[in-house]
Write a protein that binds this ligand. Structure first.
Ligand SMILES: Cc1ncc(COP(=O)(O)O)c(C=O)c1O
Length: 395
């Protein structure tokens, strides 16, 4: 049976050969060091697991969550978190929606707003969910190049006026996957003004807001006055609390946008399991100690990797947030050929930048969520292999 056109229109994964080589290496029993997927390697904190077990024993959590927006307790915890962390005051009855992780909501917000032919402005490189859901909706994704010269922020002035006029949505993601870049309030102010001028809805993906270093604190776009009129922001417990499998997060923004997402969702899911919402509430209520310990762990890995790569010839700055490193590939290489060399010569898995869009070409991404008894030692081992097996030049 032929697939629906919408699925056929999704571009295939561009690096099938790399995927094949990975399978082969695994079959051959190669001691792979995996910097591929951005999935925290540590378990969910015990107090969250305990809260889930207790909640799951309570029959009151076993039925549908008929609240629509998510349980009042969870929304209350989100409201306190947003106030404490960003100084943002939300109406917990209308400006917060529980989600099944942020991916689901980032997808569904497109379905809530995008009609066939509508332009959806998407960053390039980027998490592919924004672009692919625009394609699912027969919308037209319009790539906004992110470049080192512009600190990996989209250049809003470079978007042709006719495109901005016909666009309906604009996606941004800070702290950013894959580049590790962050956005300051000046950028968000400019973005809010741009959205007002062109009647766009801003979708800001804030999944990495709590993975930051050395006292830097990423912002919420809702800190900008009036932002909620034009913006909805997506948060997640996945990366902050090592909860990727639990599927829980939230969306916040103006009541109209939250209601739009809610209406869409009410036709496709019935909210996160209420026991998971209770466990997530426990996580949000006592989040700072755990989050701080996590940051120190990733920081040690970040420092080992950046300093090691710089010893090998790179000139990388340490990212202020996320657990990703985004680095140029040495000259003579494409993203794909460099990742192939890493895999076949060093047994190292990295993601070619081109997987995130055309403007990711020339870069590769390393996720610091490496699974090992001693991840820093594993990073040192990866660097040792690279030193011995690769000659690195950027001329
Ligand atoms: C930029 C970005 N947004 C959203 C997500 C989805 O996270 P989740 O659905 O687990 O909240 C990811 C996952 O890797 C991501 O990288």
């Amino acid at each position: 049976m032929e697939l629906a056109q919408r699925l056929q229109r999704i571009p295939p994964y561009p690096f099938l050969e790399l995927a094949r080589l990975k399978e082969q290496a695994l079959r051959d029993g190669v001691d792979l060091i995996d910097f591929g997927i951005g999935d925290p390697d540590q378990p969910t904190p015990p107090h969250i697991v305990e809260a889930l077990c207790e909640a799951a024993r309570d029959p009151a959590t076993h039925c549908y969550d008929e609240s629509g927006f998510g349980t009042p307790e969870f929304r209350h915890a989100v409201g306190l978190f947003m106030r404490r962390r960003f100084g943002v005051e939300l109406d917990t009855t209308s400006e917060i929606q529980t989600t099944l992780g942020s991916k689901e909501a980032l997808a569904h917000i497109v379905w809530a707003y995008c009609d066939p032919g509508d332009i959806v402005l998407v960053p390039d490189p980027a998490y592919t969910v924004y672009r692919n859901n625009a394609i699912f909706c027969s919308g037209v994704p319009y790539p906004m190049p992110l470049t080192a010269q512009n600190a990996w922020l989209p250049d809003l002035d470079a978007i042709p006026r006719s495109v901005a006029r016909d666009a309906k949505m604009i996606f941004v993601n800070y702290p950013n996957n894959p580049t590790g870049a962050v956005a300051e309030l000046d950028f968000y102010r400019e973005l809010v003004e741009f959205a007002r001028q062109h009647e766009l809805i801003i979708c800001q993906d804030c999944a990495y807001s709590e993975v930051f270093y050395e006292g830097y604190q990423p912002h919420s776009i809702l800190e900008v006055e009036g932002a909620r009129d034009v913006a909805i922001e997506f948060h997640s417990l996945s990366k902050t609390f090592n909860m990727t499998g639990w599927r829980v997060g939230w969306a916040v923004g103006g009541a109209a946008h939250v209601a739009a997402l809610s209406k869409l969702k009410s036709n496709v899911d019935s909210n996160t399991f209420m026991a998971v919402q209770r466990a997530a509430t426990a996580g949000l209520t006592h989040f700072e100690d755990f989050a701080e310990e996590r940051r120190r762990t990733y920081q040690a890995r970040r420092d080992a990797m950046v300093e090691g790569l710089n010893d090998l010839g790179w000139r990388l700055e340490k990212p202020k947030a996320t657990f990703y490193l985004w680095a140029p590939v040495p000259s003579v290489h494409s993203s794909e050929s460099f990742c192939k060399a890493l895999l076949t010569r060093c047994g190292i898995l990295a993601t070619p930048g081109g997987a995130y869009g055309d403007h990711g070409e020339g870069y590769f991404r390393l996720s610091l969520t490496v699974r090992a008894d001693d991840p820093v030692a594993r990073i040192q081992e990866a660097l040792r292999r690279m030193r011995e097996e690769l000659s690195v030049s950027f001329d």
